[in-house]
Design a protein around this ligand. Structure first.
Ligand code: ATP
Length: 300
């Protein structure tokens, strides 16, 4: 009988974010294309006699009830009346509060990991449905790849995978951005005239993905939240300029930011750019696009 499971939990970037309006309950009506990247957290879940314990490689992650890993455990423990405990190790590599779904993907790994470890028998559909109780990005993180997310972000439609060979440079300035605050300011900025700047063309983007037309894809990308976060964080523009200078052919902010990503064609230029940015921004990573979400990595 297995007593532990190790999981790989991938981060995401947004190829697009558009906001169509606001629902009556205050949630935003979004339309966004999400893309998995190989930059990942790793989670080891071990069965324990009782209780919940978590340790992490990163001291910035809350290790108490605020951690979404704990919330996921509680949700499934109650639902399936699990009568033993767990001990968890989180290797945190994804920047925190960065617009890269770091918490959501850890939760996604917990769904997949607990389902296996305790033989809960949940189908993928059941996991996706259950995950909506904890957050809108978790379902995407379970599946991974390239998806269109609409509604509050939980209605997912699979799209053709962007490309396995895209080198992606990720750079997060050292500033904390609250997703809630970004959306609030977005509402405030466009209260009177709902015509956000930097609107992506999702129809064109989907066509581009279907036709594997890189130019079309790049032209259509965009993030309506970018001007909002940029109004607080001047570093975003500076990072974008540096990436463009070193040959990024698509440079954008991910999610509500402040992380910036750039697509590069060759290793030499991404490495050069990364060396320059890393001198100022310690959270700079070279990664690539992926068509996978959470992966069971083996038993530890
Ligand atoms: P999203 O792209 O879904 O908006 P994000 O990248 O903005 O996510 P997270 O990294 O998930 O944000 O962190 C958001 C908040 O959640 C942080 O304030 C952090 O303290 C808290 N948090 C709770 N659990 C985790 C976790 N497992 N990993 C990272 N942050 C967590």
């Amino acid at each position: 009988m297995e007593n532990s499971v190790k999981l790989r939990a991938r981060a995401k970037i947004n190829l697009s974010i558009d906001i169509k309006g606001i629902f009556d309950d205050g949630y935003h009506d979004v339309e966004m294309v999400m893309q998995s990247v190989n930059l990942s957290d790793y989670i080891i879940i071990r069965k324990a006699e009782k209780g919940f314990k978590i340790t992490s490689s990163n001291s910035d992650v809350p290790l108490d009830k605020r951690n979404i890993i704990y919330k996921t455990w509680e949700l499934l423990r109650e639902k399936y009346a699990i009568d033993s405990g767990v001990s968890i190790f989180l290797e945190k590599n994804i920047p925190i509060a960065a617009g890269m779904a770091g918490g959501s993907t850890d939760s996604a790994a917990m769904f997949v990991g607990l389902n296996k470890l305790f033989s809960l028998g949940m189908s993928e559909e059941e996991m996706l449905e259950e995950s909506k109780k904890l957050g809108s990005d978790i379902a995407f993180c379970i599946k991974g790849g390239t998806y269109l997310a609409t509604g509050t972000g939980t209605d997912l439609k699979k799209l053709p995978f962007l490309d396995r060979n895209i080198r992606v440079l990720i750079c997060k300035p050292d500033i904390f951005v609250s997703t809630k605050r970004v959306y609030k300011k977005f509402d405030f900025m466009y209260e009177e005239n709902f015509n956000p700047l930097e609107r992506p063309d999702n129809k064109l983007l989907i066509e581009g993905l279907q036709e594997k037309n890189k130019e079309k894809i790049v032209d259509a990308m965009g993030n309506v939240l970018e001007p909002v976060t940029k109004s607080w964080c001047k570093e975003i523009e500076k990072i974008e300029k540096t990436m463009n200078k070193f040959g990024s052919y698509a440079t954008m902010m991910s999610g509500s930011g402040p992380t910036v990503f750039g697509f590069f064609n060759d290793y030499r230029s991404i490495k050069k750019c990364s060396n320059v940015l890393r001198k100022k921004y310690r959270q700079t990573y070279i990664t690539s696009t992926s068509d996978k979400g959470v992966e069971i990595y083996g038993n530890k």
